[in-house]
Design a protein around this ligand. Structure first.
Ligand SMILES: [Fe+2]
Length: 202
């Protein structure tokens, strides 16, 4: 992909776009949280493919950017007709890598684009889970993601009244798509978000 590894299409540009398109604090944080998780998967996949050093960073970049930008248009264009299509159209015209755009389309299960690549699957899998992990942190007395544990998350998943809006099937389906046991998936995302706790305000 020509545009990969180009700072014009890197995380700083993606963060700037997220801030430009999204004023709401919680949707901004959602983008950051998903990006922390997708980036972790990008790094793991890079290592699995035998990459090292800068190549790992470059490989993980579109993962991070997909996380940051997947709901970029949601505040302005929340309807099923427009989200994420308006954002993808804008990003395509601006020259962002197609692999990232494919993942953004595939994270919306009504878009007609299915999660096919590892990046697609990672974005799909991290989207609902990161929101659930945020909800798990906010019910802790400390409100700290550092105090959330995998076992507690699994318990909360069974509690239907808790974070009702988060679809449990999407969380389990995401792990299945990635071919990662659910517990491991939760652990990977939890660690990624704990590493960005300050930025996430958790
Ligand atoms: Fe999202």
């Amino acid at each position: 992909m020509d545009s990969m590894g180009d700072a014009k299409y890197g995380r700083e540009a993606a963060q700037a776009l997220l801030l430009e398109w999204t004023q709401g604090e919680s949707l901004r944080k959602h983008g950051l949280a998903v990006a922390a998780c997708t980036e972790a998967y990008g790094r793991l996949e890079a290592l699995r493919q035998g990459l090292s050093g800068d190549a790992v960073d470059a490989f993980a970049e579109p993962y991070c950017c997909a996380g940051l930008l997947h709901d970029m248009d949601y505040e302005r264009h929340p309807s099923l007709e427009e989200h994420p299509f308006v954002g993808v159209k804008y990003l395509r015209e601006a020259g962002w890598p197609e692999e990232m755009l494919h993942a953004i389309l595939a994270h919306a299960d009504y878009s007609g684009v299915l999660p096919e690549t590892h990046l697609d699957k990672a974005l799909f899998a991290c989207d609902e889970l990161s929101g659930f992990l945020t909800a798990c942190a906010l019910v802790k007395p400390s409100k700290a993601i550092a105090d959330v544990e995998v076992a507690g998350v699994k318990k909360k998943m069974k509690d239907k009244a808790f974070a009702r809006a988060v679809k449990r099937e999407d969380m389990t389906r995401g792990a299945e798509l990635l071919g990662v046991p659910l517990e491991e998936h939760i652990g990977i995302c939890l660690l990624a978000m704990q590493g960005r706790a300050e930025e996430l305000g958790l």
